[in-house]
Each structure stands twice: as structure tokens, then as C-alpha cells.
Design a protein around this ligand. Structure first.
Ligand SMILES: [Zn+2]
Length: 357
């Protein structure tokens, strides 16, 4: 390996300093700089970033995320130290949001003003959340973008000041999607399960997914859970079913998002990190040995329906095309995929009429 003599590197360093007298680093910021907002950014790879009391992880290609708490002050500092040691402090202005007042009645009084024994259990459960939120994940799963995790009526939005049975309580931390018990709940993005707990007092059957770089989503009040801690999930995978476990007055999914300990509006996360829009049709190829390739990925026969369901959960739904059928492939297999795709509302180009072959 060739080493540069020390005097050459320092001379180069001095030249660079002279070339950039303002000491500003090449930093870009996008997303929403507002309370409960999510900001996306890029900085020179190898930069160190500090924000809201956190050492902000930066991807190898210089991407990072910043979460702004619901109650963030109007001014926050972003401190970036470039790979050459240049320190750049940005004074950011956080737009204020108005939160609505949310009155919820009919909550069991025991859960609004818990007795000491219950309060101790809730404190223990809060500890699980704190541990899960701190988990650092350095795979940029968030790059898949985010989808709404369940179909249903929006019955509650993020941030409202809650008045439970007449007493003011902590603000609402998620988006409520009301649907019948048993409605599937999908992973909003690729990720790894950072918490899976059954029957927590406040949140019932609970899953938290880590999407990397501080960003996590959580799914609570479910009736069934299909994932375990440490498991990797793909966007659209069914992780559980809607229910009303924990402190809930009817079946719904409470979908939440955090960036470390900062509480984010999940609707903002969906808006800032949408699934990449692509007009390209996803090719499907069938082979005589019974395997199927969907979008270039080999899918076992038994998993084809699940894969189609995953694609159907995207917004907007992608279009599919039968790009190839190897001679000798079971005719029923092609028909089965077409039927299944149509059932899921996926447009599918079936290619030339099979009769014509
Ligand atoms: Zn809720």
C-alpha cells in the first residue's frame, strides 16, 4: 500500500480549507421540518452528525434521517462534522403544528387512573418500549418506502391531546385505522422486529419494526401476532391481525412511528418516504420445474400467493406481466397466478392468448 507523506496530506488539507472559506459542508435536507416531522438528508459520506441529543447514524453513501418530536421547540441545531473535521452548525426552524383535542369516553377507569400495582406494571412495560426505541439498526430498510399497514377507516389521527373520561392525558401517538378484528396488518416497510409482546396492559398485542437509522414503526391492539423478535420482514408481510387488546374501545390498528425517542406523525412518514413510483410492469416467469420468478426473484410455489399479496399491498398497486412460460410448465400454474392476481386487484398482462400457441 502506498502511503502519502504527512506533509503532502496536510498541504492538501490546507488547500481545501482555502478553497472552502465558508466552512460549509455539502448538506441537503428534505422532508418536513415541522413538529412530529421526518427530515431526510445527505452529507459527505463519513460525516458525524448530532441532533436532538442523538449521534445520528449516516449510511455509507451519506444519507441520514432526522425525527422531530411532537413537542419540539421552534429552533433546533443540527451539527455536522465532515470527514475532514469541518464543523458545520445549522440552526433549523421547526414549523409548529396545531393539535386537536381528542375526547375519548368509555375507557375502563382503571386504565385512565391505574392503581399502584397496575401503575408498576405499566412502568415495566414502558421500559420495554424504551429499550426497543434505542436499538440501532444499520441496514437502510427505510429505503423501501412506506405503505399504509391496514385497510380501514381512519378513526384517530396523530398528536391530539387526549381527554380520557374527562381527564387530560398524554397525546395520541399514532394513526388509528378501524377495521374488523382479524383484518390483516402488514409491515409498512422492510425491517426487523425490534419488539414483539403479547397482552401489554396499555397496548395489548404489540409489534415494533426497526427500519434502520433511528426510524421505527409500531403496531398495537392486535388480536394475533405472526412475527417474533429479531425476525426480518418484507414490506407488506402480514405481521398480525387487527384487534382491541390493551386500552382500546373498539377493534382498530394503532400505527405509530418514532425516530429514537422522538414521536413522529406516521402520516408524515408515509408522505416523506413513499414507495418509489414505478410504471414498469413486474415480470413473472414460470418454469417447468414448478418454480416461479417474480420481479427477478425466485419464489417457491407455496409462497407465490403471499408474494402477490405483498405486491397488492403497495400503493399504488403495481402492474404485472407474464413475461415467460417455459415449455412443459403446468398450464394450471399460469392460470392460478392470473386468477390470484386479479382477485387481489393487480393488473396483469397475460401476454399472447394461450390458445394461439
Ligand atoms: Zn390510537
Amino acid at each position: 500500500m502506498m502511503r502519502m507523506p504527512a506533509f503532502v496530506t496536510s498541504a492538501l488539507g490546507a488547500a481545501m480549507m482555502m478553497a472552502t472559506p465558508a466552512l460549509a459542508l455539502d448538506v441537503t435536507l428534505g422532508g418536513r421540518m415541522e413538529q412530529a416531522g421526518l427530515v431526510t438528508g445527505t452529507a459527505p459520506p463519513g460525516s458525524k452528525i448530532a441532533f436532538a441529543g442523538h449521534a445520528v447514524p449516516v449510511t455509507v453513501d451519506g444519507k441520514f434521517l432526522l425525527g422531530i418530536d411532537r413537542d419540539a421547540p421552534a429552533k433546533v441545531d443540527l451539527v455536522i462534522t465532515g470527514p475532514d473535521g469541518t464543523r458545520d452548525v445549522r440552526h433549523l426552524t421547526v414549523a409548529k403544528r396545531d393539535w386537536k383535542i381528542d375526547r375519548v369516553d368509555g375507557v375502563p377507569q382503571q386504565l385512565v387512573t391505574p392503581d399502584p400495582e397496575l401503575a408498576a406494571k405499566i412502568a415495566l412495560e414502558n421500559g420495554y418500549w424504551a429499550v426497543a426505541r434505542k436499538k440501532l439498526e444499520l441496514t437502510p430498510f427505510f429505503e423501501t418506502g412506506f405503505i399504509r399497514p391496514a385497510e380501514g377507516r381512519i378513526s384517530g389521527v396523530f398528536g391530539g391531546q387526549r381527554i380520557l373520561n374527562g381527564s387530560p392525558r398524554a397525546p395520541h401517538t399514532g394513526l388509528d385505522i378501524a377495521a374488523p378484528t382479524g383484518t390483516p396488518v402488514h409491515a409498512a416497510a422492510d425491517g426487523v422486529v425490534s419488539m414483539e409482546k403479547e397482552m401489554l396492559i396499555m397496548t395489548g398485542d404489540t409489534v415494533m419494526l426497526n427500519h434502520g437509522y433511528g426510524l421505527q414503526t409500531f403496531y398495537i391492539h392486535m388480536s394475533k401476532l405472526y412475527v417474533t423478535e429479531g425476525q426480518k420482514v418484507k414490506q407488506g408481510d402480514i405481521i398480525g391481525e387487527i384487534g382491541m387488546t390493551g386500552r382500546a374501545t373498539g377493534p382498530h390498528l394503532h400505527f405509530g412511528a418514532t425516530w429514537f425517542d422522538q414521536r413522529l406523525d406516521p402520516e408524515t412518514v408515509l408522505a416523506v418516504l413513499p414507495v418509489a413510483q414505478t410504471n414498469a410492469e413486474i415480470p413473472i416467469q414460470l418454469f417447468a420445474n414448478g418454480t416461479v420468478s417474480i420481479g427477478g426473484k425466485t419464489v417457491a410455489n407455496a409462497m407465490v400467493a403471499a408474494e402477490l399479496q405483498r405486491l397488492a399491498s403497495r400503493t399504488p398497486k403495481p402492474a404485472l406481466t407474464i413475461a415467460g412460460v417455459e415449455a412443459g410448465t403446468n398450464v394450471a400454474a399460469t392460470a392460478g397466478i392470473i386468477t390470484e392476481a386479479k382477485k387481489l386487484g393487480l393488473a396483469i398482462d397475460t401476454g399472447p392468448d394461450p390458445e394461439a400457441h
